[in-house]
Design a protein around this ligand. Sequence first.
Ligand code: GN1
Ligand code: MG
Length: 352
Amino acid sequence: MTLTDTLLREILARFLIRPTAITPCSVGLINATYFVDSDEGAFVLQRINTAVFKNPRGVMENIEKVTSHLIKKGLPTLKFLTCDDGNNYLDCEHGFFRVSRRESGRTYNETTPELMEQAAEAFGAFQYALTDFDASTLVETIPDFHNTPVRINALWDAVEHADQSRFTASVEALKLARQFAAQASYPMTLLERGDLPLRVVHNDTKVNNVLLREDAEGLVLDLDTVMPGSLLFDFGDAVRSGASTRPEGDTDYEGFTVDLPRYEAFLKGFLKGIRGTLTPNEQKLLPFSMFTLAYELGVRFLTDYLEGDVYFRTSYEDENLVRAMGQLTLAKNVFFRLDELSALTRKYQFPQ
Ligand code: GN1
Ligand code: MG
């Protein structure tokens, strides 16, 4: 459903905001986001995609708990406004909405080593601050979000039900998915065996999910998927998105590989932010996590393509297939460079 200007104004009024300008933001594949200017200040209005987040109240309860914890630890974080019914959201016939203050700073869609390092430090500090947070108080907003084997099973289910033309177009991508399925599931096996610690992690660590400021620490945005998981989910997702030689959606599939300077910059910043508190298994698997997270997102894009684009926003017919081929090829090319990446990673000192 499209949201008219009149409707957006009505919604904002319930948060006591009279906008002077409302600008849609096209970044992000899930929620609808608008930048709002007003005499009361600048805000961000979002409509949560409730097909993806089936328990949006749970999402907002998590956010309330996590942001309060971060504030106690002295970290900058998002502040959500209260609606006229006392909640930090508005749940009405037009959807599920929330409004946060627009903090100063900038997000970047491009990645350079400098930006990677700054964003990494913010993500590392975020995880460090949540080390003593009671994970059992969090709702699992998207169960099995980074559970690679579960994602793979969903892909094979989608294959069974896909229409013929999409299936035919997917054969090459499916072969890649099949080739690396066992290896990509390795971190999840370790996590389930208890050989990797369960932490509270962000789960969606693209560089553009950090608001970078010149005179203050970076502020971590997009807290919808903060859930218990492995540190490797955050590291892997950040480097598969930020340290890839091609951006998500590029059609030069074989051009997708790891950019070493950006990988190294993220590693440096992340270790600084998290103060080196990694276990030996976490350290060892940092490079591997880039392979696993690229593979897993490739599988998710491919599943969505076969299911008819019901999850990720698309702007042309085969976009999810193109995205899937890029991520699966990135996974393959990273897999064959793991020795090189491990040698680079070992250059850094980790306290035990
Ligand atoms: C989605 O909408 P955005 O950009 O925050 C997705 C991530 C993917 C990303 C790929 C809740 O994030 O897992 O990595 O697209 N978020 C969800 O661009 O599924
Ligand atoms: Mg997100």
